[in-house]
Design a protein around this ligand. Sequence first.
Ligand SMILES: [Fe+2]
Length: 384
Amino acid sequence: MINFDYYMPTKLMFGPGKVKELGRITKQYGKKALIVTGRYSTKKTGLLNRVIEMLKLEEVEAVVFDKIESNPLTTTVEEGIKYVKDNGCDVVIALGGGSAMDAAKAIAFMAINEGDVNDYIFGKVGIGALPIIAVTTTAGTGSEGDSLAVLTNPENNDKKSIKSPYIYPKVSIIDAELMTTLPKHIIAPTGIDVLCHAMEAYVANNSNPMSEIMALKAIELVKENLVKVYNNPNNIEAFSGLAFANTLGGMVIDASAVALAHGMEHPVSGLLDITHGEGLAAIVITWMKYSYKGSAIKFSNIAKALGEDIDGLTHIEAAKKSIEAVEKLLAALNLTKSLKDLGVKEEHIEWLAKNATKTMTYSIGNNPLIPSEEEIKSLYLQCL
Ligand SMILES: [Fe+2]
């Protein structure tokens, strides 16, 4: 029986050159824009200045908050909240990768809602947000297509999302021309993040017919384009394919959520400030080996989407092929680091498993097989 709800109110503007529309779009939502961006890359590429010029042409005033780090902190967001209020901005532009977009969403949200951002991360419901326009410069988190903002609390290293319908961007611009300057060491892990979003949401207990279609398409697009982009970032057609997979990945985790791979990764990047996608690359195979028996048909569909020949195989045999396919992909992207190589030590595991069960309860419960805290410890050990 088909039975589901689906909601995604963001207007997606997808295609090379679409960023030129940003001034006109922003003007529809406000007169004074806060541009939230990272400290370096949008300055280095000249994009930040281009955006300010575009806004000026449409008589939209721009102020810049350029303090966003990777794994954005709740304390940085608090600074941004003060900044947006002090400057009287009425629209927020998220300019950058997942970190800039997530921080921008949280700032736009907290500009309207009273109190401590941490309370909203742990379930307090808000009343609104300033309008958000997202311009993504990476094919990574899919934040342009979801209602999530992942933040890390530096006091206790909890890395967890605000999830609110108010933080869907009003408009998201996905322009692959903005992505061709990305270095390989960002393309590879962000691409694996996309793949994990799609695979986890696809096999999730909370999947639905809409998210399943989009997730399988995203997996196919990753297979078709990620290595091409990694080997030649100027391949704009392949980058468009990967960017589309990324947006679909955001939409599917919005609808069906991530599962155990993210459930295990967030505590790692929360504790050690490593790159999210590198953490996932170190966890994904262990996650698949643990989970495939809980959803053999879906993992066999993943194998097929990743280009494996599964003809004549049982579901279990075909499901195993999905693991081989991801191993090949990781090798092609030179993503060979274990959690140990990324700085995780055996003595961290107790904390990681505890933190996973505390902050990622929903994601862990969303996995086709649900591990106990003891089993999570043993899975972390296998990733070392
Ligand atoms: Fe992710």
